[in-house]
Design a protein around this ligand. Sequence first.
Ligand SMILES: Nc1ncnc2c1ncn2[C@@H]1O[C@H](COP(=O)(O)OP(=O)(O)O)[C@@H](O)[C@H]1O
Ligand SMILES: [Mg+2]
Length: 273
Amino acid sequence: MSTALVQAINVTKNFHGNEVLKGIDLDVEQREVVCLLGPSGSGKTTFLRCINQLETINGGRIWVDGELTGYEDRNGRLHRRTNKDIARQRRQIGMVFQRFNLFPHKTALENVVEAPVHVGGRSKAEANKRGLELLDRVGLSDRCDHYPAQLSGGQQQRVAIARALAMDPKLMLFDEPTSALDPELVGEVLTVMRELAQQGMTMIVVTHEMGFARDVADRVVFMDAGVVVEQGAPTDVIDNPQHERTKTFLSRIREETEEHAAALQARLDAEQI
Ligand SMILES: Nc1ncnc2c1ncn2[C@@H]1O[C@H](COP(=O)(O)OP(=O)(O)O)[C@@H](O)[C@H]1O
Ligand SMILES: [Mg+2]
């Protein structure tokens, strides 16, 4: 038995006959941070959604913390788990999306305590206490009573992280958590993610932030067209990629990053005047 927190073996997924995951194998160890890179359309989001059972897989198997997801293996035969059991499995995983997906009519604190109270069966007092701790942890203790529209994109995304943490997940999945943010707000979200990694959270992070991947990831996995093309230590994959597809992708990301940095600098310069 593997000790990995996540073990995916030969995972396939098609949409209407179009195979978007073509046999993904991936192990993620306890406390490991894996950054998943790859061009748009390569299947990164679909793979995260499969781990979290927002999609059902067509082939292969995924275990989370030693449990087969979606199915129970009884003497070699697979039996679909009940919806209740699947919901229990899904609660072990926190997910943060590109768009913040906060409830607009709820305050930051109400967003964070929603699941623990209504799904987790915690008392309101207990959930509020924990919610305040989590908002403090993401640097927003002074924003508890603000509504999403009163918060910046970076603040909203930090609330989304606190909300995902509120159910005490074993695993956090991040799907391009900073790509919808103005460049000057990216850093505060990455800082929170970095702290989470340092505190020992197991994380799979889809990102184009190469600085983050280099500093924080234990391993970088490059996907293209539904397969894992290469993986390894960040310095190996990012600074010394072996495959042509990885090289092409990384040089494009590098150009985009430089363009963004130049645009941001120009804007900051203009605001100085
Ligand atoms: N619900 C869906 N129905 C049909 N096709 C989908 C669906 N979700 C994703 N796809 C397709 O699967 C492929 C991989 O998409 P996605 O996982 O979003 O890639 P990435 O996150 O790497 O950009 C794309 O071709 C996309 O159009
Ligand atoms: Mg995606």
